[in-house]
Design a protein around this ligand. Sequence first.
Ligand SMILES: *Cc1c(COP(=O)(O)O)cnc(C)c1O
Length: 396
Amino acid sequence: MENQNPVFIPGPTNIPERLRKAMSVPTWDHRSPEFGRMFVPLLADLKRVFGTRHGEVAVFTASGTGGWETAITNTLSPGDKVLAGRYGMFSQRWIDLCQRHGIEVEVIDCEWGEGAPVEGYRRALAADTDHRIKAVLAVHNETATGVRSDIRAVRAAMDAESHPAMLFVDGVSSIGSMDFRMDDWGVDVAVSGSQKGFMLATGLAIVAVSPRAVDAMDEARLPRCYFDLRDMIAAGNKGSYPYTPAIGLIEGLRESVTMLLEEGLENVHARHHRIAEGVRRAVAAWGLEPCARRPELHSDTVTAIMVPQGYDSTELVNYANETYGVAFGIGLGQVAGRLFRIGHLGIMSDVTALSGIATAEMAMKDLGYPITLGSGVAAAQEFYRHERPAAQRKSA
Ligand SMILES: *Cc1c(COP(=O)(O)O)cnc(C)c1O
C-alpha cells in the first residue's frame, strides 16, 4: 500500500527526512583524506553512544547478525564454551549462530517474558570451576518479547564469582535509544545495527569491543576474514577502511549520531521512556497484558502485547497492514500468534505513537477484540498531556 504512514515494527524503524537526505550522496572517494576527516570523529562519537571511553568501535557492512558473528569469531576458538540465556527469538538466534560455529553453548532456558537469568548465570559460573566458559551472552533488549535485561546485574554476578569470562551483549534494539553503558557495565563486546535506534536503512553492524576483547583476538582461532576486527580497527584508527565502505549509510550514520548528540543522550532515553509509558498505559486501558512479566523488565523501545485467548495476533498484524496500511510486529517463535508488537523507537513522538495506538485499536475492534474504541488512545493522551517532553526536539 502506498502511503505516508509510519511503521510500528521494532526495526527497521522510520527514517527521518534529515537522514534520508544524508544518505543520498553522490559517489566520493573513500580513500581520500576527506573520508578520514568524517570517519574518525564519527567513531569517537559512536563511543559516546555506546558508553565507552576505553573500547574500540567498528562499523561493518552487514546487519546485526553480522555483528553477532563478529563478536564470536574474533574472540573464540572452535570447541570453546559460552553461557547464554534463551528468553526470546533473538537470544535463540545468537545461540544458534554460536553452535553453527562449533561453539559449545550452555543454554539457560527461561520463560519468554523474563529477562537475562542473572541468578542462573551466577550458578553456572560458580559450577564452572575450571573456567571453561569463555563468554557470557546476553540480549539487552529482547525485541521479540519487549523485555529489557539488567546488564549491570549480569556483570555483578560474574564478578561475584570472580569468573574471568567476557561479557557479550546484543544491544541492537537498545543502543541509541535506551541507557547503555559499556564501560560501567563491564561489557566486552557490544553489538548494534543501523536500522533500529540509529533510524537508518539496514546495512551496518556496529560493534564495540573492550581492551580485553581486543587482547583475545590474536588467540581466537575461529575463521574470519571479512569480519576480522583487527583489520577494521587498524584501518579505522587511520580514518580508512579495509574494503569499500557503504558510504551512503556511513554518511547517514554520521548525521544520525549528530542528531542523537544534539538532542542529548539523556533526553533521547527520557523521550523513549515517556513514549513507551504512554503505550503501556494504552495496553492497560485495553485490558491486555504485556509479555514482559514485571514492570522493571518493560522495554522502552518495543512493547509486546499478548492477545486474548482465541485470537490470532498474526491475523491482527496482517489485517492492520492490509486495511490501514500500518505495520506492527508479529509474534516470533514460540509466541507466534500470541502477541503483537508496537515498536516505539527511533524518530518517535507522542503524536506518532498516538496514531499507532489508534490504529491498533481500530484493527482490534474490527476483528471483534473485547476492547473499547478510544480507551487506549485516551489513556495515552492523558499521560502525554501531563508528562511533557523534557526538551523540545529539534525539527528533523
Ligand atoms: C534486529 C535485531 C537483531 C539483528 O537482526 P538483523 O536482522 O541481522 O539486523 C539482533 N538482535 C536484536 C535484539 C534485534 O532486535
